[in-house]
Design a protein around this ligand. Structure first.
Ligand SMILES: NC(=O)c1ccc[n+]([C@@H]2O[C@H](COP(=O)([O-])OP(=O)(O)OC[C@H]3O[C@@H](n4cnc5c(N)ncnc54)[C@H](O)[C@@H]3O)[C@@H](O)[C@H]2O)c1
Length: 253
């Protein structure tokens, strides 16, 4: 028996990075996984590679109607929904003086409103069974970073939103647990893209400065973050709800 044997899981932003690593970890422990993403080509290719227990569906997490059709399709295909990993996210560089309203709004829409919509839609379909929602926040919801004010605001928002929703579900008697995962810096295209969007000397300085802040002296491998998604998704975390699981190589310690 795998650690999440036969659980039906949905992972947003699963075409690459941490979402894809989470899909691999859950599948390896017996789950059935729908990865969703706005990137159809990559999502379809990865689902094909992951095998018959993996499926892909195009979904924009900011679209309320798409949440309904996506989760209804999961229940139609697999009969139930046990785990939702709200993982899709973006990070746009620009300090509080440079950030535009458009970038601020886009970040809020995907990183925070997307998590609200997903959590709400999942709760409506999970009430009857023991289930888990994992909201991928960040250590950037615990500390400030001058280059990413909108990202900070959304990740802080996700952390406290999760608590509100978790308390509601527990008090209502639903067997739905909702927790935050707060990764530090992991080697994905999000981090590489942020560095690449800076002037070369700024990017190098940012990378060196960031590494120097991490007591373990290295960025995380996506699989190391995915192991924590697996723990929160599984019944091994059965007494955890409304919590933050920080996985950051000691950075905020
Ligand atoms: N990489 C890190 O160091 C790190 C650290 C802490 C938290 N996180 C969080 O982990 C999550 C995944 O990050 P990652 O590093 O894998 O990023 P990534 O950029 O590599 O992957 C994000 C995925 O989300 C998808 N996506 C973007 N907008 C979407 C939308 N509107 N609807 C659906 N999918 C959408 C992208 O197409 C992409 O496949 C994010 O929420 C991020 O904030 C990442």
């Amino acid at each position: 028996m795998g650690r999440v044997q036969d659980k039906v899981c949905v992972i947003t932003g699963g075409a690459r990075g941490l979402g894809l690593a989470a899909a691999e970890a859950l599948l390896a422990e017996g789950a059935r996984v729908l990865i969703t993403d706005v990137d159809r080509a990559e999502g379809e290719a990865q689902a094909q590679r992951l095998g018959s227990n993996a499926r892909f569906r195009v979904q924009d997490v900011t679209d309320e109607g798409a949440w309904k059709t996506t989760l209804d399709a999961v229940i139609e295909h697999w009969g139930r929904l046990d785990v939702l990993v709200n993982n899709a996210g973006i990070g746009l560089i620009g300090d509080v003086e440079k950030a535009t309203l458009k970038d601020w709004q886009r970040t809020l829409d995907i990183n925070l409103t997307g998590v609200f919509l997903g959590t709400q839609a999942a709760i409506a379909r999970m009430k009857a069974s023991q289930s888990s929602i994992v909201n991928v926040a960040s250590i950037e919801g615990l500390i400030g970073e001058q280059e990413i004010p909108a990202y900070n605001a959304t990740k802080g928002g996700v952390r406290i939103f999760t608590r509100s929703a978790a308390i509601h579900c527990a008090r209502a008697g639903y067997k739905i647990r909702i927790n935050n995962l707060c990764p530090g810096f992991a080697e994905t295209q999000m981090v590489a893209g942020a560095v690449a969007s800076m002037a070369p000397e700024d990017g190098e300085a940012f990378a060196a400065r960031t590494l120097a802040r991490i007591p373990m002296g290295r960025f995380a491998q996506p699989a190391e973050i995915a192991n924590c998604v697996l723990f929160l998704a599984s019944d091994e975390s059965s007494y955890m709800t409304g919590s933050d699981l920080v996985v950051d190589g000691g950075l905020i310690a």
